[in-house]
Design a protein around this ligand. Structure first.
Ligand SMILES: [Zn+2]
Length: 167
């Protein structure tokens, strides 16, 4: 068996670091640096992630480990856990921020506004009375009242406190 030794390649790979071309929703669970990736909870089939570009403080994503753009491509167990994770998110966000309401939903396909269309995910956005006054209009310049790192600590702690079986 012939082996090909190419040190230039391993050098290239290590210097390049984590690939930017790959799917982040596949990469984050594989990496073991949850705080840096803002992975706040890991389930059996899904994980919960803070959106790095939140529409509002506490904007979370429920993401299946399975890479698929199609709802039909997900097993029932995964679909069930996505809804259980959504409930976990609502409970944790309620505890941490006490918002007035939530938007929860999916953008399926680029045309529907999905930023990462190839790997479906569920958005949960806490809402406060009055936030619509400026959120859609000035989304690009909105100043977040809390740093992501602070949000991460609070939310990850609260998510861990909510046991699905106990609810
Ligand atoms: Zn993926």
């Amino acid at each position: 068996m012939q082996r090909l030794w190419s040190p230039w390649r391993s050098q290239y790979v290590s210097e390049a670091g984590p690939t930017q071309e790959g799917c982040i929703f596949c990469r984050f669970p594989e990496e073991q640096d949850d705080p840096a990736n803002l992975v706040a909870w890991r389930g059996e089939h899904t994980f919960i992630l803070l959106n790095r570009y939140p529409y509002n403080t506490g904007h979370l994503l429920v993401v299946p480990y399975q890479h698929t753009a199609e709802l039909g491509g997900l097993p029932h167990a995964t679909l069930l856990e996505m809804m259980m994770a959504l409930r976990r998110c609502v409970a944790a966000l309620g505890e941490v921020y006490g918002p007035d309401g939530y938007n929860a939903g999916m953008n399926l396909g680029s045309v529907a506004g999905a930023g990462i269309a190839d790997h479906l995910h569920l958005h949960i956005v806490p809402r406060w009375a009055g936030d619509t006054n400026f959120m859609p209009v000035l989304a690009d310049v909105k100043v977040m009242p809390e740093l992501l790192e602070q949000s991460y600590e609070k939310i990850a702690t609260a998510l861990g406190r909510h046991d699905d079986a106990a609810q």
